[in-house]
Design a protein around this ligand. Structure first.
Ligand code: HDE
Length: 690
């Protein structure tokens, strides 16, 4: 590693070009041989005296820091927030004052349950954490891609996380909830049922980080310059639209490319296709809170957008990949308690618990209270205080003043409180009896689960039922399966019935005892469906073009052009990585060999090869899988007359439907890409296939 050699005097120690290239130790001493440990004799013992080797191994031994207890696997990107509508009437926060102003930020997406090395397409909630470096301090909005949570009180979090993560005796299953411990816990925790409905939906198998929503989950407060408070819920809405994969696809993507999501983000940003999200706020007051069917402090509840519209006030653009994964993505330390003047918390008991936990966890993970000195965590505004010392203190105050009150001259090094600009807590009236208690207003656990379910398209409802059946079929204990179904009976009878049949239960178990009678007539909320909120075009998605010898060169070119016009991408797949000779006699190199580029990695596919090759490849297993999976996953498939043979062989000539499109000219290629705007050719799917 070559450190920046700028010393405290500001001069560089290394002056000549030659010296710049010399490998050094961490202390800066030039190294002559980095590959052979000092030994006594060519075949003799290694000497402990070798300070060069020992330093290298010492540093290597300490490379890892503790991974996050949850959200260990994540991916971070730099970007900015741009205000599109100022809201001074709601908040005095500096970030919300000037339209057009950009605030730098760091965003980290994650899975929850899996360890750092787990795969991207686990069925799991995704973390959606954003650190905004505002002019008045860091604002961290540490959310998820699901607007509710499993539990109502932070004290249950260790149990929830223990239950979902690997069992302590066997160390598995990892990165999945399909096991007894998780469902045992859930079946005994009715407040989790709403979130579980979301978890069993396609929300937990997103196509990409770029196609998912983010939510702040809790109700927060915005405070204006007169001290007036409004409640707010935060939403990130992807301008790309929403898209998920199908479960069978997710399972296969995990094998084909465990880094599918991080690669997708890295590639999109490197290509200049910067994903964008609108920041929306749902603003409401005490009057609304009092009239709402549920408690606005209960994090297992949403406020439907149809009831309180989401007002867009800004956008986030992610446009800059990190230079070093460890320095930024691994060391970034989000803290829910990082808010700025003009904002405040509410008494949501989950939020209050989080405000303790995140600071605590950063000390453990980063090893020092000085984690704010690490560039990714350091505010971009001036920081002035009397905190000092500690491990790895790199930003140290100058001068003699390190206490207050003091009578020394006031200046940058001698700051004082600012009652006007400084953070003030909202002066909320508090009264009550001390005790371990849960408000009665938190007792309804099923009504919004039902509302979520009835807001889905029939296909999405089928996916939810299938996911329950899949997960519960992995539970060894019938009593656990039955207990979950007994809760589903309080959600939606038909869903309970389907799951019960899918599990082969003899008879439906009795409904679980509900702490409060569910409301059954909440209006469906179309905003909750992915399919109803899909992308408007094929932009940002990927076509897999499977070519082989003799493939129609003009059509390949036309597809490439159409993809480019649309702002999408493509990869060329061929039987060999060397590529294939197309009809014009030219060799087209491949991005993937067929068995390394299965169709699950693409949003739509095209097949272009000579008749002879098509007939030959019809008996090639990876080629068969490419086509049969694309077909089963309801993907749009383009081909030409020559390539038809392989499709007929694999799919069956009588099965080719309108989602299978025969191309004969350039215009057909563009029309095909336009039709891919629809996520999939859903008409093809029957529930059991997906
Ligand atoms: Fe977290 N959570 N959490 N969480 N959480 C952590 O902080 C915790 C909760 C979320 O990309 C930890 O730095 C408690 C809800 C995200 O670095 C830890 C409770 C939501 C991330 C922690 C919750 C989240 C974390 C682990 C129950 C959505 C990853 C490492 C009260 C609104 C941030 C760390 C990143 C990470 C505690 C519940 C989102 C242990 C106690 C609800 C996105 O502090």
């Amino acid at each position: 590693m070559s450190n920046d050699k700028t010393g405290s005097s500001g001069e560089t120690h290394q002056t000549t070009k030659d010296a710049d290239q010399t490998l050094t130790s961490a202390q800066g001493a030039p190294i002559a041989d980095d590959q052979n440990w000092l030994t006594a004799g060519a075949r003799g013992p290694q000497l402990l005296e070798d300070h060069i080797a020992r330093e290298k191994i010492f540093h290597f031994d300490h490379e890892r820091i503790p991974e996050r207890v949850v959200h260990a696997r994540g991916y971070g990107i730099r970007g900015h927030f741009e205000l599109t509508e100022a809201i001074p009437e709601l908040s005095s926060a500096d970030i919300f004052q000037r339209v057009g102003e950009k605030t730098p930020l760091f965003c980290r997406f994650s899975t929850v349950a899996g360890n750092k090395g787990s795969f991207d397409l686990a069925r799991d909630v995704r973390g959606f954490a954003v650190k905004m470096y505002t002019k008045e301090g860091n604002w961290d909005l540490v959310g998820n891609n699901i607007p509710v949570f499993f539990i109502q009180d932070a004290i249950k979090f260790p149990d929830l996380v223990h239950a979902v993560k690997e069992a302590p005796d066997r160390g598995f299953p990892q990165a999945q909830s399909a096991h007894d411990n998780f469902w045992d816990f859930i079946s005994l925790t009715p407040e989790a049922i709403h979130m579980v409905l979301w978890q069993m939906s396609d929300r937990t198998i997103p196509r990409s980080f770029r196609f998912m929503e983010g939510f702040g989950v809790h109700s927060f407060r915005l405070i204006n310059s007169e001290g007036k408070s409004h409640y707010v819920k935060y939403h990130w809405k992807p301008r790309q639209g929403l898209q998920s994969v199908i479960w069978n696809e997710a399972v296969k993507i995990n094998g084909a490319d465990p880094d599918f999501h991080r690669r997708d983000m890295w590639d999109a940003i490197n290509m200049g296709d910067f994903p964008e999200w609108d920041l929306g706020i749902q603003v409401f007051d005490d009057e609304f809170a009092d009239s709402f069917d549920f408690d606005i402090l209960d994090p297992t509840k949403i406020i439907p957008e149809e009831q309180v519209p989401v007002r867009i006030i800004g956008k986030m653009v992610l446009d800059n990949n990190v230079d070093n994964f460890f320095a930024e993505t691994e060391q970034v330390a989000f803290c829910t308690q990082n808010i700025v003047p003009g904002m405040d918390f509410t008494n949501d008991p989950l939020l209050q618990g989080r405000n303790f936990s995140y600071l605590d966890t950063q000390l453990k993970r980063l090893g020092s209270p000085n984690f704010t000195h690490i560039p990714v965590n350091a505010p971009h505004c001036p920081v002035r205080h009397f905190q000092q010392d500690g491990h790895m203190a790199t930003v140290n105050p100058k001068g003699r003043i390190n206490y207050e009150p003091n009578s020394w001259d006031r200046d940058e090094q001698n700051p004082r409180e600012n009652p006007e600009r400084g953070f003030k807590s909202f002066p909320e009236e508090i009264s009550g009896t001390k005790g371990r208690q849960r408000s009665e207003s938190f007792a309804d656990h099923y009504s919004q689960a039902r509302q979520f379910y009835v807001s889905q398209t029939p296909l999405e409802q089928t996916h939810i039922a299938d996911a329950f059946i899949f997960e519960l079929s992995k539970c060894e204990h019938p009593a656990i399966r039955e207990r979950v179904v007994s809760h589903l009976r309080n959600v939606y009878e038909d869903l309970a019935q389907q799951v019960s049949e899918g599990l082969g239960l003899d008879k439906l178990p009795k409904p679980a005892k509900a702490a409060r009678e569910p409301i059954t007539d909440l209006k469906p909320s179309p905003a909750l469906s992915i399919i109803k909120n899909g992308p408007a075009s094929f932009k940002g998605r990927k076509l897999g073009i499977y070519i082989a010898d003799g493939g129609n060169a003009k059509l390949v070119e036309a597809l490439q052009g159409a993809v480019k016009n649309t702002g999408a991408t493509y990869e060329i797949i061929a039987p060999h990585i060397g590529g294939a000779k197309l009809s014009d006699g030219k060799l087209m190199p491949a991005d993937q060999k067929i068995d390394g580029g299965p169709s699950v990695l693409y949003d739509a596919v095209a097949i272009l090869m000579s008749k002879k090759t098509a007939t030959k490849l019809a008996s090639d297993k990876p080629s068969q899988d490419f086509i049969s999976d694309a077909f089963a996953h309801a993907k749009f498939i383009a081909y030409d007359a020559n390539s038809r043979a392989i499709l007929e062989e694999v799919v069956g000539s009588d099965k080719l439907d309108e989602g299978c499109v025969e191309l004969s000219n350039d215009q057909d290629a563009q029309d095909f890409i336009d039709s891919c705007a629809e996520l999939r050719f859903w008409d093809r799917t029957s529930p059991s296939q997906t």
